[in-house]
Design a protein around this ligand. Structure first.
Ligand code: GAL
Ligand code: CA
Length: 372
């Protein structure tokens, strides 16, 4: 019910995602700046004409292999539904689509083997959600050896790795943008409601729940949310920070420990994703805290459960991680790579990157995300 919103072809914002400096509004699958057009066309030409070989006949099927770092991750399991839907939509009477998914359960060695299996099974395009985003070399070597392009997603390899071969791409979102939006949402809520500063000391006592160490969406989201609060004139006092690896149960445990140290002093919980914000709420529920003694909670993702919590005012707000847009971009790119046409229309930045914008979600606009 939550995926009615992001239809193919809607306006999206593209940028380089690293500095936030370069930014241009383009249509998902249409208009774009001419230089980008040419960069993408050049990338396509280089990729398809590697070693001066003549172009082979485009195949009559897309056989996609999708490798997840961990399929029990809530956001990714919802993204997976969108991706399958988008890939199967490409099918028509002349053209067959198959999708095979693999779950590495967090281990890069397992994922390396799974990618080999996918290639051996005849996949002609791979979508890879790296287990270890700093260690894609083995996968890149395999893909290059078999000339199977890879669309990395959600867990971004470093730029040097993506430059290793022309057949490598990335689809995701800009971590900094999500952190800034979370900070702006929290600043606005604090300015609008003097009750949030419960002990009336003019400062907001806060706790951060972080995703996996080393993930681009953990440290950057935290830093930019906190910086944005400060820039908006909010005085902060950090009480604690816990790593909960995107996971609701781990966040509940970490939060129970943090509450036992700081009792009802905590006024604000910033979580790097919705599942961890929900885990923090679970901790308070388990300890039977009354509503007036609760901090305000902010998440990121807009998962089904996250949106429901915003609708019920349990979560003050979240930031929508556009899984429909990401899935549509990946499917479009996969088709262009396999069919060897249309890559210049996918709106890639630098011939390699596609970043979908985040959006703020509060009770005021929740209905446009839930379709309610
Ligand atoms: C983030 C998302 C998290 C988690 C993580 C996994 O973008 O916000 O909830 O899914 O990716 O890599
Ligand atoms: Ca206070």
């Amino acid at each position: 019910m939550y995926n009615s919103r992001h239809a193919a072809g809607k306006e999206i914002q593209m940028h380089d995602g690293r500095t936030g400096a370069e930014s241009a509004v383009v249509s998902a699958f249409g208009r774009k700046k001419k230089n980008r057009h040419m960069a993408a066309a050049a990338a396509l030409a280089v990729f398809f004409c590697a070693c001066g070989r003549p172009l082979p006949e485009p195949p009559d099927r897309i056989q996609a292999g999708v490798a997840y770092y961990n399929q029990s991750d809530t956001f990714l399991s919802e993204l997976n539904d969108c991706l399958k839907e988008q890939l199967y939509k490409l099918e028509n009477k002349h053209f067959e689509v198959t999708v095979t998914t693999k779950d590495a359960a967090g281990l890069q060695r397992t994922q390396d083997d799974q990618v080999k299996e996918l290639i051996d099974a005849g996949c002609n395009v791979l979508c890879v959600n790296l287990a270890d985003r700093s260690d894609p070399s083995e996968i890149i070597d395999l893909a290059r050896e078999h000339q199977v392009p890879i669309i990395f997603f959600n867990r971004e390899p470093v730029a040097e790795d993506l430059m290793q071969w022309e057949g490598l791409f990335y689809v995701g979102a800009d971590a900094q943008q999500s952190g800034v939006m979370q900070g702006e949402l929290a600043a606005k809520a604090i300015q609008a409601d003097s009750q949030i500063d419960r002990n009336k000391d003019g400062k907001i006592q806060y706790v951060v729940l972080e995703g996996e160490p080393g993930h681009q969406d953990a440290i950057i989201r935290t830093e930019s949310a906190v910086d944005t609060l400060k820039k908006n004139g909010i005085e902060l006092e950090k009480l604690s920070c816990g790593i909960a690896n995107w996971n609701r149960a781990q966040a509940q445990n970490r939060m129970m420990q943090i509450i036992s140290e700081h009792q009802n002093r905590i006024e604000l919980v910033l979580a790097n994703n919705d599942d961890m914000a929900l885990g923090a709420i679970d901790a308070y529920q388990k300890l039977n805290y009354t509503e007036t003694a609760l901090p305000v909670f902010f998440g990121i993702d807009g998962t089904d459960a996250g949106l429901e919590a915003v609708a019920e005012s349990k979560l003050a707000a979240t930031v929508y991680n556009d899984k429909e847009g990401q899935a549509a971009a990946m499917a479009k790119l996969a088709a262009a790579l396999v069919l060897q046409k249309g890559l210049e229309e996918t709106g890639l930045v630098d011939g390699k990157y596609f970043y979908l914008p985040y959006e703020k979600v509060t009770r005021d606009n929740i209905s446009s995300f839930t379709g309610a």
